[in-house]
Structure formats: structure tokens, C-alpha cells
Unconditional design. Structure first.
Length: 238
């Protein structure tokens, strides 16, 4: 019986089609493509700061009595007891206060992940944490402060600046929009005029100055770290 010999395809002639069609990426490869942005150093650092803020607050639950008195920010104590610059963020005065701040922390963490922030942004947020509470001393009528909201405003400012300084055209526009929205919120809260504002939804008074202090601390920390590093922004993973 004669054997059939297949000659190689000539120029311009397609070769034999692979059996079963083109091979699709496996499930493991698709999973890695999905989670790879989460493994970027900047993203991991950002999530670490968010966990350091939120974890103790959730673990401690609602701080009251002696525990709250040892952790919250007070104008006459924070210099002699500097841990209050960090621990004040973990104290919450009622369940709604804790719930709203926990949701806000999750949103700011997700915002940083979506923006693919670099490690400098995470460092800026971490530095803005105590700086936000130190700036509360500039509000002479404030007798006490507790909660995450000031530091969360710092995180939003850091993300807005990171997008504006290091993003593409579309990302820069998003950064400007986030920054403009944050600025509008601060202006509407009038921190220069009001020490405390009663919030019926929270069942407690909020401190507009803490929000403004956080936003300024976050923007300054992010700007200073980028200026110190010099050079073009660190490329973010696609």
C-alpha cells in the first residue's frame, strides 16, 4: 500500500488546523491574571495600612470607660502619651459610629486597590495617620476625639494625588474629580467655623476639623514623599 506523505505548507498556504481549536487559558492562569494586581507591593502595603487601622477597631469593638480614656485623643494628654496619635482611630463611641467607619475604611482600601497605588502612597497614608491627630491641637475648642474618619479622609486625598500625578489622561481626570469632591465636602462642613456638628444618623457629634486635617495631612505626606523620591512616578501594574 502506498504511503501518503504530507508536504510542508508552501508560502502563503495555511498549515493544518490544530485538533480541537485554539487552547484557552486554564483556570489557574485566569485566576492569577485576576489577582496579580493585588500582589503588587504597593497594593499589599496599602491593604496593610487599612488592616492596621480597621483591625484593632473591630477587635476592640466599642471602646468605653477606662479603655477609651486610655486610647482616645485629648488635648492635654497626647504629648505625654503619644500613642494616642495612633490609638484614637481605634476608639468608637457607638455601634453606628463603628459601622460607618468600618464601611468607610473598606471603601478607601478598595479605592487604593482600584487605583493601583504604589508603595509611596501607602507610606503617605501611614504617615498621615498620626499627623492628622496631631493637627487636632490646632482646634482649641476640641476636648476629645475618637474614630477613623480623619485618617480615612487622608487616604482619599492620597489616592486623588496619586492618580493625578501618576496616571494616564483618564486616571488623571478621575484623580481631579475625587480631589474636587473631597474639597467640596470639606468646604460644606466649614471646619473653620464649627468645632462640632451633631449627626442624627450617628447619634453623636462629628468633628469637621478632623476631616480637613486628614485631607491636608494626606495630601502633604503624598506630595512630600513624591518630591523626595524625585523622578517620574513609579509605573503601576496593568
Amino acid at each position: 500500500m502506498a504511503r501518503r506523505v504530507l508536504s510542508p505548507p508552501g508560502p502563503g498556504k495555511p498549515g493544518p488546523a490544530p485538533q480541537g481549536g485554539a487552547r484557552k487559558p486554564g483556570a489557574a492562569r485566569r485566576f492569577l491574571d485576576t489577582v496579580s494586581p493585588l500582589a503588587a507591593p504597593g497594593t499589599l502595603a496599602w491593604l496593610a495600612v487599612a488592616a492596621a487601622l480597621l483591625g484593632p477597631a473591630l477587635w476592640g469593638g466599642l471602646s468605653s470607660g477606662m479603655l477609651a480614656a486610655a486610647l482616645d485623643w485629648r488635648p492635654g494628654l497626647w504629648r505625654a502619651e503619644p500613642w494616642r496619635l495612633w490609638s484614637a482611630a481605634w476608639v468608637h463611641l457607638n455601634a453606628r459610629h463603628l459601622g460607618v467607619n468600618a464601611a468607610g475604611a473598606a471603601l478607601v482600601a478598595a479605592l487604593g486597590v482600584a487605583a493601583r497605588v504604589d508603595a509611596r502612597a501607602a507610606w503617605a497614608w501611614a504617615l498621615a495617620w498620626p499627623a492628622t491627630h496631631a493637627a487636632l491641637a490646632l482646634q482649641p475648642g476640641l476636648a476629645r476625639y475618637a474614630g477613623l474618619s480623619g485618617v480615612l479622609h487622608a487616604g482619599v486625598a492620597v489616592v486623588a494625588l496619586a492618580l493625578w500625578r501618576g496616571g494616564s489622561g483618564r486616571e488623571r481626570r478621575i484623580g481631579v474629580a475625587i480631589g474636587a469632591g473631597l474639597l467640596l465636602k470639606l468646604v460644606m462642613e466649614a471646619p473653620w467655623a464649627l468645632d462640632l456638628v451633631w449627626s442624627p444618623g450617628l447619634g453623636m457629634a462629628v468633628v469637621p476639623w478632623a476631616h480637613a486635617a486628614g485631607a491636608v495631612a494626606g495630601a502633604l505626606a503624598a506630595g512630600l514623599l513624591r518630591a523626595r523620591a524625585g523622578g517620574p512616578p513609579v509605573p503601576r501594574p496593568a
